[in-house]
Design a protein around this ligand. Sequence first.
Ligand SMILES: Nc1nc2c(ncn2[C@@H]2O[C@H](COP(=O)(O)OP(=O)(O)OP(=O)(O)O)[C@@H](O)[C@H]2O)c(=O)[nH]1
Length: 388
Amino acid sequence: MSLPDHPSTKPEVSKDGSVHRTKVLLLGTRRSGKTSIQQVLFNDLPPKQTFYLEPTMRVTQHLYDAKGNSTIIPLELWDCPGNITVDTLGAPLSDFSTVVFVVDIRDNYQQPISKLVEFVAGAYDVNPGINFEVFIHKAEKLQEDDKIENFRQIQERVTERLADESPEYEQVALNFHLTSVYDHSLQEAFSRVLHKLIDSLEFIEGLLNVFCSNTSSPKAFLFDTTSKLYVATDSSPVDQATHTLCCDYLRMLSSFAPLYKSNAASEPRVHALSPTPTPPPTATSSSPASTSSARALLSQSPSDEPSSGVAKKSLFYPSAAASLSPSHPGTTLTYHLVTPHLALLALLPTTVYEMRKGLVEWNVVWLREGIREIWEVEKTRSTTTHFT
Ligand SMILES: Nc1nc2c(ncn2[C@@H]2O[C@H](COP(=O)(O)OP(=O)(O)OP(=O)(O)O)[C@@H](O)[C@H]2O)c(=O)[nH]1
């Protein structure tokens, strides 16, 4: 495998047209849960099945891109055995954008911390900009108080050890996350890891902020539908319960995806909307939304047309909504696919969803346009695909 000479947080296209993926190193001591993390996140392995995973004996590269194993950034995830060292890794640390270091929350921390410090020291000279993400893993094993206490202790010890080694290492960016394959904390943590690799993140966040303020939405996420990682969210804080709710809803809808696909394949049913969507700013709809209803929206935006002018097959964008009563009275969870691989999940006041449906849909079309424009700019700039 040919490796680039310089660190890069962006995938580039090599001369032969193949995409250089963003490299992420998955490190940690034996049995800390590295392979489980990779398998649960990207191969949909049920968490309980991780029990049967074989130990990793040599460095294994897993490729994820927009076509097959979809993720928003073409990734190359290096799953390493527990005994790997900087010298035996087989690639310079300058090749990696991010190191995800996994620590079993119930472990004796001495050994994992020494290994982490070894890699921080190894990376410092060659790639000081590398992101170190420490996953304090298997968190669900402990009670809430113990979990927080262990999390704090690990952070403290790592910081102390780094300061003992050299004051310079304090400059290395280290981020700590509590994770478990048994809940959505892993997806949330890995989403945050990816956010640092998305150049256009602030523009996407800006679009989501506008969507939220126009529709009175308290929270909106843009999810990658395959990996179930969120690409961006609006600027209000993420609370775990809302994130979990959105992940579960997305997972449930994805299980119905084959039904939508077969519809999408039947072209004559697709109606093109007018090329410029007309905003219905005061649109009110008296038709109440049925709870837990899934409704197909067939739309074709101007950017669906290739620039050559040749009519491309219209895309199918399903949408769905579910009332969150009684747990969240007066709130509706909505889902809108905005590109073939990205979906908007938003909480909306039920009154807005039911009474101002036109306004909501216009804002979805507007968001879709914005995301496609960003995608086009990204594509032109780096001639590579971050979003599909
Ligand atoms: N309770 C709990 N167990 C987990 C979690 N993640 C992984 N495990 C378990 O941890 C054990 C080791 O998982 P692996 O993914 O094989 O760990 P690894 O770090 O890849 O191991 P090596 O390849 O030997 O270095 C398995 O029995 C998993 O089921 C978690 O979040 N919670």
